[in-house]
Design a protein around this ligand. Structure first.
Ligand code: PMV
Length: 286
């Protein structure tokens, strides 16, 4: 195995529609984050010198992952990770790290491109417990995708996107706890729970159609469908009890300033609100 100089840049991700229901077979529409991302740089050092991971605060899980590689002792050098993706905000911080690590390992370990999604998803399971694999899929694709659990993500081939802005609720909730909350909801309200999964699936279909129309120049109808999809997604978060009361003011503010829709993105319970705009100038005032 040869560990040479390596560099990779990957985006964060966000979810337009399909959260939670994707775990039970619905489609989800996920996009790379337009601004936030992670870069990984490796410079080999003298043999036997060990590996230094920077910044040192986040080094532990990375060193564990490296230690589990075959012939890990052969790796020596300096690994530098720079990320603008906030941790735990549903923007794919751990998935971005795992995709970058998987790309770095792929040369020395001889991993094919087809093997990367699985490999990176297994790495991510160390951070999260079992995930749907959606974050990994969209970050690897680097473009908007339709994702179905257990299948390869389908790139949507959209070249022009409307303006979305991202607003930190200041709250953080563990994905695993949010997933467990929806499972409890489903057990206690089976019929309503199944309806909400269908509603989220419907939101994903509308979101995809809306993105495609917008991308092909039919802006008005595209925005209408995307806004409708986001409203349906938001309705699901509220029904599942994953929309904190303290976030209502921020959402209302966005809508009063002209956002066409605003919803939580990711697992819910906090994290980020995403807003859709028809007028980039109004969006910029945020
Ligand atoms: O964005 P995240 O990683 O917090 O999770 C959102 C998506 C879920 O459907 C809730 C979980 C998953 O793995 O798909």
């Amino acid at each position: 195995m040869k560990w040479e100089s390596f560099q990779s840049k990957v985006p964060g991700k966000w979810v337009l529609a399909g959260e939670h229901a994707v775990l039970r077979g619905a489609a989800a529409i996920a996009l790379p984050h337009p601004e936030l991302g992670l870069s990984l740089r490796f410079e080999p050092g003298p043999a036997g010198g060990g590996i230094e991971v920077l910044p040192s605060e986040g080094a532990e899980p990375i060193l564990e992952i490296i230690a589990a590689l075959p012939e890990a002792g052969q790796i020596s050098g300096r690994l530098e990770i720079e990320s603008t993706i906030p941790w735990g905000a549903g923007l794919g911080s751990s998935a971005a790290l795992c995709v970058a690590l998987a790309r770095w390992f792929s040369g020395p370990l001889g991993l094919s491109a087809a093997a990367l999604p699985d490999f990176a998803t297994k790495l991510e399971n160390r951070f999260h417990g079992k995930s749907s694999g959606m974050d990994i899929a969209v970050i690897l694709a680097g473009e908007p995708v339709r994702f179905l659990r257990g299948q390869n993500a389908v790139p949507l081939g959209i070249r022009r996107l409307p303006k979305f802005t991202f607003h930190d609720t200041g709250l953080r909730a563990r994905t695993s706890l949010c997933v467990a909350q929806v499972e409890v909801y489903l057990r206690e309200h089976a019929e309503r729970g199944a309806y909400l999964d269908q509603l989220m699936g419907c939101a994903s279909r509308e979101a995809e159609e809306g993105l495609s129309l917008y991308g092909s120049g039919q802006s008005g109808e595209g925005l209408r469908l995307i806004a409708q999809a986001m409203a349906r997604g938001q309705q699901c978060f509220e029904a599942w009890g994953l929309f904190p009361d303290s976030v209502r003011g921020l959402r209302q503010d966005l809508l009063e300033r002209g956002a066409l829709a605003a919803k939580l993105t990711g697992a819910g319970g906090g994290g980020m609100l995403v807003a859709l705009w028809d007028d980039p100038d109004r969006a910029r005032s945020w």
